[in-house]
Design a protein around this ligand. Structure first.
Ligand code: ARG
Length: 460
């Protein structure tokens, strides 16, 4: 059995269950590449300040690079006895290169090491997520441009409210995702601070050049307080909060797709490749992908609460509790990446059913507000106009007609101010065109929003 790096003060072997219970190597091995990246920078700095010889540095870097290659080939044996990714790699290094390997951990603790690894790892992952979000946004922008003139019934309370451009609706999703991406970039800023040099908790007796190590690793600066550096995981919580917001947005998107692909709405068709069938009902085509994304939102929210609870009331500085940060964080990342992948693949293939959307908008008295606004322009107070239009809607419902199908005489009976020009504003197109201001749904405004979003994406 491999001897533990910390075995010196112990007289008993570790209990077999305790060994398995305390080990994290089963899941933290995914930090290997960043662990090695951090070790190479640490060693480089140690050599610069004269704590390591150039020869030792050379041997250490060569050894770590070989180990990274072994890990990436799947040739590395991960030992539970060596507890975690850090001790596994360090022990293997000493196996391979001998004495020099034993010097790597000078002026370092696993506490500042793990805090650094997670930050390096998460920083790369955030960059990848931002890429995914940008791709999804670009797909939404393209679709919005194509559908700027498509008329969708807009809903409040899931009751038809006013007609909107389908492109406008798609651009609403784009706005949400743009903020999500911005939040991730912001989270990355606070995360990009280096714990190394904090050692176990108090700093180290070696004259480490922390600014130099930080620079090597692309951190903005070394963490200003050693106790804080090793113990807080607020960056992981902040990230999971950002991830939760993305998932919340994707769950709303999903909910709409699920409704819209139902026969009762039939606004949109999903490609067969993104749906599954039923083992019993031959007619079924189920929107499993959006349903799963909707469900997985709950899982990510759970991780957010889990991480908050993990950190709650922990005394300074490092506690073993913190080892529990990894699985929720990793699962959040895996889940979010998969959901974004599903959406980036699916969105370009959404097939809108323009006729069904149009009919649904016609059926819902969606231009009632337009009629009320028309009466206001003819000199009637809005409250009175509201009442008149309510009666017009009643007449429509009772006689099975939409507002534009009422006769001028019928309308005039409700208000003598109504004239033949009313029919222009009662059309769905007229309703959209009339909302021609910044942020409004007029197709012309949607095209401007599309152009702005494209410019913004290109600039980011
Ligand atoms: N595997 C540990 C973690 O993830 C590394 C730090 C361990 N430090 C310690 N003093 N036991 O938190």
């Amino acid at each position: 059995s491999e001897s533990k790096p910390w075995a010196g003060r112990f007289t008993q072997a570790t209990d077999a269950f305790v060994e398995a219970f305390t080990a994290s190597v089963g899941f933290d091995q995914r930090l290997a590449r960043h662990d090695i990246q951090g070790s190479i920078a640490h060693a480089t700095m140690l050599a610069r300040i004269g704590v390591l010889s150039q020869k030792d540095l050379h041997t250490i870097v060569g050894g770590l690079e070989t180990i990274l290659a072994e890990i990436e080939r799947g040739d590395f044996f991960w030992s539970v006895e060596l507890e975690d990714v850090h001790m596994n790699i360090e022990a293997r290094l000493t196996d391979r290169i001998g004495e020099a390997g034993k010097k790597l951990h000078t002026g370092r603790s696993r506490n500042d090491q793990v805090a650094t690894d997670i930050r390096l790892y998460l920083r790369d992952e955030i960059d990848g997520l931002c890429q995914q979000l940008a791709t999804l946004r670009a797909a939404l922008i393209d679709l919005a441009e194509r559908e700027a003139d498509t008329i969708l019934p807009g809903f409040t309370h899931l009751q038809v409210a006013q007609p909107v451009s389908f492109g406008h609706h798609l651009m609403a999703w784009h706005e949400m995702l743009a903020r999500d991406q911005d939040r991730l970039r912001d989270c990355r800023k606070r995360l990009n601070v280096m714990p190394l040099g904090a050692a176990a908790l108090a700093g180290t007796t070696f004259p480490l050049d922390r600014h130099y190590t930080a620079e090597l690793l692309g951190f903005d600066r070394p963490a200003a307080n050693s106790l804080d550096a090793v113990s807080d995981r607020d960056f992981a919580i902040e990230f999971t909060a950002c991830a939760s917001l993305v998932m919340m947005h994707l769950s709303r998107f999903s909910e709409e797709l699920i409704l819209w692909t139902s026969a009762q709405f039939a606004f949109v068709d999903l490609p067969d490749a993104f749906c599954t069938g039923s083992s019993i009902m031959p007619q079924k085509k189920n929107p499993d992908v959006p349903e799963l994304v909707r469900g997985k939102a709950g899982r990510v929210f759970g991780h957010l609460v889990g991480l908050l609870t993990l950190m709650k009331s922990q005394p300074l500085a490092y506690n073993k509790d913190n080892q529990e940060d990894k699985e929720p964080l990793f699962d959040t990342l895996d889940t979010l990446k998969a959901c974004l992948r599903a959406y980036t693949d699916m969105v370009p293939h959404l097939a809108p059913n323009r006729e069904a959307m149009r009919l649904a908008a016609l059926k819902g008295y969606a231009t009632a507000t337009d009629l009320a606004d028309y009466l206001v322009r003819k000199g009637i107070a809005f409250r009175d106009a509201h009442e008149v239009v309510g009666k017009a809607v009643r007449l429509g419902i009772d006689s099975g007609r939409d507002l534009s199908q009422l006769t001028l005489d019928e309308l005039k009976a409700l208000s003598p101010r109504i004239e033949a020009d009313v029919f222009g504003i009662l059309t769905l197109e007229g309703s959209l065109q009339a909302r021609d201001h910044f942020g409004g749904t007029a197709p012309n405004q949607v095209r401007q929003a599309v152009a702005r979003a494209r410019a913004q994406l290109a600039e980011e």
